[in-house]
Design a protein around this ligand. Structure first.
Ligand code: FES
Length: 375
């Protein structure tokens, strides 16, 4: 700004008494902005065409709002529990992911297109040129910029378009609600409700359905209907295998056999350590192993990935997600990475026919579980 211009600047009192239009004019001048054109898309207000354009914008926001509500309802109520193919409920279950994906996608799309359409149809098309200048902003610049922003909001005409305002508000509100429901939805289950059920967070598919029921260790051959049980001699020293629960009551029941292989908390790592291996056992779980056989939940206690990599020389089980490592020579306690709890151990035995069985379910929740747990 030149010395002459400095002398012409209004005082603070004059600034306070200026209208918004005067401040906008002053700010434009001070910023060295030259307005080339300022084309109002609706020079004649309230025409049918303007109202039609307003409705078109509102339709997009309404679409977003409706899709957002559908997303929340589907996320909470759509059957998401695993169903095996060709069983009752499989069709609805198979639609779960597409339904929540499409509804959330439509919500974002409706909001985005609505905002774009509004900008295109109602914001005046301004063409201006401005010189750059260095240094911080003086009070006069701050005041005039604020006035310009308020003026831009005013000229966008959003304040008098209640239909657009309400539909956009509804869409943004529903989407905001969806963003809250999304992370909180998984916490809707009360871990202390029905703690004895095998579907509660405290139990897995290894829980016997009735006292004394044998739950065998089963191999996954890739064919859900084929049941292959495991004897100790099936595994060499130093070897390991992923096993799943099997109970005689499920023999021939394809749906139950398949569900046992797919239930998220069922996979267990069965390890046969070398006979000369020195092992530190967890206090209170000294008899959970059967000879050299140890069984640990495969579900990482960090965020629930499968701990699939086993390095038999060091006894390390590695989770590929965030590189947590568990030492199976020392009750699978975490020795590296973000996991903070040992992998839960499944108590083993061999039945009179020589097959490996689980003596009970895990005695603690598996995986990352939940924060109310005490171990
Ligand atoms: Fe295993 Fe994160 S889920 S380390």
């Amino acid at each position: 700004m030149s010395g002459d211009e400095q002398e012409k600047l209004p005082t603070e009192a004059e600034l306070d008494s200026m209208t918004r239009d005067e401040l906008v004019t002053l700010g434009t001048k001070l910023d060295g902005v030259e307005l080339i054109s300022y084309e109002d898309p609706w020079p004649v207000k309230g025409t049918k065409a303007e109202k039609r354009a307003e409705r078109q914008v509102a339709y997009w926001f309404l679409l977003a709002a409706v899709a957002g509500i559908a997303f929340i309802v589907a996320f909470i109520a759509w059957p998401s529990e695993y169903k095996a193919p060709d069983t009752d409920g499989y069709f609805l279950y198979s639609l779960y992911t597409p339904v929540i994906g499409v509804t959330l996608g439509l919500t974002v799309l409706g909001l985005g297109v609505g905002a774009l359409a509004y900008t295109k149809k109602f914001i005046p098309h301004e063409l201006a040129v401005q010189d750059r200048h260095d240094g911080g902003s003086a009070k006069i610049d701050q005041e005039t910029v604020l006035a310009e922003l308020a003026d831009a909001g005013n000229r966008s005409t959003i304040t008098r378009r209640s239909l657009v305002k309400r539909s956009a508000g509804a869409a943004a509100g529903v989407m905001g609600l969806g963003l809250v429901v999304l992370p909180l939805g998984g916490m809707l289950k009360n871990p202390f409700a029905d703690t004895n059920s095998k579907d509660s967070l405290w139990h897995t598919g290894w829980q016997p359905s009735f006292p004394g029921e044998k739950v065998y260790l089963r191999r996954n051959t890739g064919d859900a209907s084929e049941v292959v049980l495991i004897r100790p001699e099936d595994l060499d020293a130093g070897g390991f295998e992923t096993v799943f629960p099997f109970r005689e009551s499920e023999r021939g029941n394809e749906e139950a056999l398949s569900a046992a292989l797919h239930r998220a908390d069922n996979p267990v790592m069965l390890l046969r350590l070398r006979p000369d291996q020195n092992v530190v056992k967890r206090a209170g779980q000294e008899n959970f192993n059967f000879g050299d056989f140890y069984a640990y939940s495969k579900i990482c206690t960090h965020l629930g990935c499968p701990t699939s990599l086993y390095e038999q020389q060091t006894g390390r089980l590695l989770c590929p997600c965030h590189q947590s490592q568990f030492n199976v020579f020392e009750y699978a306690k975490p020795v590296f990475g973000p996991a903070a709890r040992a992998l839960p151990q499944l108590p083993l035995a061999v039945d009179e026919s020589g097959y490996l069985i689980a003596r009970s379910d895990f005695i603690e929740p598996i995986g990352p579980a939940f924060w109310e747990r005490d171990s």
